[in-house]
Design a protein around this ligand. Structure first.
Ligand code: FE2
Ligand code: FE2
Length: 170
């Protein structure tokens, strides 16, 4: 179906970022099962929710492409990292992933600006704000797990982590 034409460079960036969101979803699933296996049920629920949110992000890219008459290209998703030595390491992995995702969103936006693609710019502005929030909770998670070194402290953090990090949203 024809739609508002998309510059090839912008199209490539949108397809790439769509797949980066799917890959992030996969990564969060892996983090969720690792946490569940480590009896960190609060962290597990939080990461599983993140996995669902990343799928919704991918949906936004798919909807945008479809609205513009472009076929979304769903690529292969690389196996995510499954082993972590500690929750500290797992939290840092999530943080690094979000930082990479910000780079990806920014790169797509910069292409949309260069090519004067106004609809893509508007769509991507939502993602730019979203990444500020995502990096904010990831930084807080890393900080809090680093300060919860005792088993008791970690168990208590696990009980409250969802509420603590959700309060960062909205
Ligand atoms: Fe995302
Ligand atoms: Fe994210």
């Amino acid at each position: 179906m024809p739609g508002i034409p998309v510059n090839p460079t912008v199209l490539k960036e949108l397809q790439r970022q769509l797949n980066q969101e799917l890959s992030a979803s996969h990564d969060y699933l892996s983090l969720a099962v690792w946490c569940a296996n480590a009896n960190l049920k609060g962290f597990a629920r939080f990461f599983k929710q993140q996995a669902a949110e990343e799928r919704e992000h991918a949906d936004k890219f798919m909807d945008h492409l479809l609205s513009r008459g472009q076929l979304p290209e769903i690529g292969a998703v690389k196996a995510p990292r499954g082993e972590f030595n500690s929750i500290q390491e797992a939290a840092k992995h999530a943080q690094a992933m979000e930082q990479k995702n910000t780079v990806g969103v920014n790169s797509a936006y910069e292409a949309a600006v260069r090519e004067n693609d106004l609809p893509a710019q508007v769509m991507l502005q939502w993602f730019i704000s979203e990444q500020v929030e995502e990096e904010d909770w990831a930084d807080e998670m890393v900080d809090r797990v680093q300060h919860a070194q005792s088993p008791g402290g970690l168990a208590q953090l696990d009980r409250h982590i969802e509420r603590i990090l959700r309060e960062e949203d909205n």
